[in-house]
Design a protein around this ligand. Structure first.
Ligand code: SAM
Ligand code: SF4
Length: 347
């Protein structure tokens, strides 16, 4: 059942189900699903060096992930982003994508995409393209092998680059995401952007967000993208683009490279009024706002034998209560604004 289905639904016996609309009139059309909390890297801003991962029984099975994602699609979600943790380390991940691709074929979904660190991409890029994935985000904070190894605590840049090349050859459209870090990559950002644009990739810069406990004081590495933008403007012409994705990114075109550059500034700008997205953790918890601790436990419903109608009612109820805005403050020092890690929630 899609919002465009004229068939009466059990919830709406008189006509088509309306989309998922929250208490502030925003329509939710975008679901991010974290398919695992595990990862083959340990980026310093994302994870502690010695992470305790969730017991497997707490993580949704592939069937449960499919059922929950499909319930959102039935309620009008048009775009799915699969993330993690690292989605490509989840066993059976390609089966999940293959299964969900039926919603692309039926026209219920516009897009399935994923956010990956790229390390396993060389093996999976062609399979993703074969299942109808057209665009992916690859996270990459530096082009320097040694720095990459340090920031990811052991990652191999050559492996990631091979993954990116394979994805490009498979016809996937690539966006590079880089977290802006005051000490580690601030000076390198122009090179990184020029490289991405030279390869024909969009590029997005992200401010660090206080999610989950990590070692060290995150405020040391916080770099305001307002400042980065000013510095880039000294030698590049940045032309504002009207593109609004319903998320915290604002886009410009760099006239000199011809490429698109996004700035994700959850800390310094209020983007919440146009927010169209919700997030499902790998444990089946629905968060309707990245920056708050609101949560609905959908796993309990699925494992308790809830019907599709009950599941959809619970999703609707949670979306109705979506908070108006987030609550991030980096000036709280290293204490996270939200206790959960990005790897659990999904970036
Ligand atoms: N493992 C995949 C990857 O790295 O692309 C997907 C999950 S990762 C959590 C998603 C995105 O979140 C990455 O681009 C990563 O750089 C970003 N991220 C992780 N922790 C962050 C933090 N504390 N602040 C800002 N971005 C963060
Ligand atoms: Fe893994 Fe992605 Fe987090 Fe890095 S940012 S540790 S790759 S989940």
């Amino acid at each position: 059942m899609t919002p465009f289905d004229a068939t009466p639904s059990p919830l709406h016996p008189t006509g088509p189900a309306p989309g998922l609309v929250d208490g502030f009139g925003r329509t939710v059309t975008y679901l991010r699903v974290s398919v695992t909390d595990r990862c083959d890297l340990r980026c310093v801003y994302c994870m502690a060096e010695h992470m305790t991962f969730l017991p497997k029984t707490e993580v949704l099975s592939l069937d449960e992930l499919d059922r929950l994602a499909s319930a959102f699609v039935a309620l009008g979600v048009r775009k799915l982003r699969l993330t993690g943790g690292e989605p490509l380390v989840r066993k059976g991940f390609m089966d999940l994508v293959a299964g969900l691709s039926r919603h692309l074929k039926s026209g219920a979904l516009d897009e399935i995409t994923l956010t990956t660190n790229g390390a396993q991409l060389a093996r999976h890029a062609q399979g993703l393209a074969d299942h109808g994935v057209q665009r992916i985000n690859v996270s990459l904070d530096t082009l320097k092998p040694e720095l990459f190894r340090r920031l990811t605590r052991g990652g191999d840049l050559v492996q990631v680059m091979a993954g990116i090349e394979t994805a490009k050859a498979a016809g996937l459209k690539i966006k590079i995401n880089a977290v802006a870090l005051a000490d580690d990559n601030a000076d390198e950002l122009p090179d990184l952007i020029a490289w991405a644009h030279g390869e024909g990739f969009d590029m997005t810069l992200i401010e660090t967000m206080p999610l989950g406990e990590v070692e060290g004081d995150r405020t040391d590495q916080f770099l305001s993208l307002t400042k980065v933008r000013q510095e880039l403007s000294a030698f590049w012409t940045l032309e504002d683009l009207p593109l609004n994705t319903g998320g915290p990114a604002r886009y410009v075109r760099v006239a000199e490279t011809g490429g698109r550059l996004g700035f994700i500034t959850p800390m310094t700008h209020n983007f919440c009024e146009a927010c169209n997205r919700v997030r499902l953790t790998c444990t089946g918890v629905l968060h309707t706002c990245l920056g708050r601790d609101d949560a609905a436990d959908l796993r309990a419903l699925v494992r308790g034998g809830a019907s599709d109608v009950e599941l959809q009612s619970a999703i609707r109820a949670a979306v109705t209560g979506k908070p108006q805005g987030h609550d991030f403050h980096i000036d709280r020092g290293s204490a996270p604004a939200v206790a959960r890690h990005m790897s659990t929630t999904g970036g």
